[in-house]
Design a protein around this ligand. Structure first.
Ligand SMILES: [Fe+2]
Length: 339
């Protein structure tokens, strides 16, 4: 029995993926065994290290395109005043999610194959997510961990597997993805009783209607540790792809070494998981260069515009610096064209 044969999810209920239990009990002899057991996997050399360097250069050109005096050779300029606005080094404003370099990465065969294997279909849609550029040893930002998962407790089973393409060497000092290994298979048990989400002090935190996000409290981390889970950092090399079940507890740690952490967030799900209404909305966001969360087929919300003093940031853009090529594959992954 293949994952394809058991892919029986109905579009009207995309959170309940009935093939999950069957797929998890199978032996694949590849990264999927780790993925189902631990909630994540590292796929080595999804693209070559040379290609990874080229993608990183293009992303670094982008972050220097704002005329803010940022000099990548001068660490005294690695401060908020010299950088476009981000959320913890994650860039979503300024039509970032539609830069050509990101779309080029989204159509890399070595990355597509990972998700084709996971879902058992080539008919995928991709998120319009952004990327992370982490300049090391910043002292002007708060580096508090924010352990969370990106799946609403009401969604059961494997509903989304988010990922990133890693572009720089990423060892223990280089920051990266922190994961509670083994937490994904415990998701339903954890949420089988009422759980109150962590709320940052001062009313900060996500809006109340923001779905597919749960911020964990310290006592919740203890709950997972008592069941044998461990918080660990994922090490990976340039060109590796990291995929994790969106039920996995995770956050990103900040780089403290010499490397500029550079990752592209990329995530696909089957087109069949989405409703026509959501796919139409997605297509409209593509045409207007607006971003989304990492969810490709549902929870489609237009990314916000960067705001300064209540007004749209003068640096905001109506289109990316370099527009993506409208190839057949791009248009299908964007839900503009039917598969
Ligand atoms: Fe996340």
């Amino acid at each position: 029995m293949s994952a394809t044969q058991t892919l029986t999810t109905k579009a009207e209920d995309p959170g309940i993926v009935s093939h999950y239990k069957d797929a998890a009990s199978m032996k694949y002899g590849d990264w999927r065994d780790d993925f189902y057991k631990n909630g994540y996997a590292v796929i080595k050399n999804a693209i070559t290290p040379e290609k990874a360097k080229s993608y990183q250069d293009r992303a670094l050109d982008w972050v220097q395109s704002f005329d803010l005096g940022l000099d990548l050779k001068d660490s005294t300029t690695w401060t908020e005043a010299h950088l476009p606005k981000s959320f913890k080094n994650m860039y979503h404003y300024y039509c970032a999610g539609h830069e050509k370099f990101l779309w080029d990465a989204r159509t890399e065969p070595g990355i597509l194959k990972i998700y084709e294997d996971l879902w058992g279909t080539k008919e995928l849609v991709v998120s319009f997510d952004g990327f992370n550029i982490g300049l090391p040893k910043r002292t002007d930002i708060q580096k508090m961990p924010w352990p969370h998962c990106d799946q609403a407790p009401t969604r059961k089973g494997l509903a989304c597997a988010q990922g990133f393409l890693n572009l720089a060497p990423s060892g223990p000092k280089d920051g990266g993805l922190m994961l509670m290994e083994g937490s994904a298979p415990l998701f339903e048990e954890f949420f089988s009783e009422p759980r109150e989400m962590f709320r940052p002090p001062g009313g900060r935190g996500p809006p109340k209607d923001f779905v597919d996000l749960f911020l964990f409290k310290q006592e919740h981390l203890d709950w997972f540790r008592e069941r044998g889970c461990e918080l660990m950092q994922v090490d990976c090399g340039p060109g590796d792809f990291v995929i994790w079940d969106s039920r996995t507890m995770h956050y990103a740690s900040f780089p403290e070494g010499e490397e500029i952490r550079t990752v592209f967030y990329i995530c696909y799900t089957p087109r069949a998981f989405g409703t026509q209404e959501d796919m139409d909305l997605k297509a409209r966001l593509f045409e207007t260069y607006r971003g989304t969360t990492h969810w490709p087929h549902c929870n489609i919300r237009a990314s916000e515009r960067s705001m300064v003093d209540g007004k749209v940031d003068p640096m905001e853009r109506d289109e990316p610096l370099e527009k993506p090529e409208r190839t057949d594959l791009v248009l299908k992954l964007a839900a503009v064209k039917a598969w």
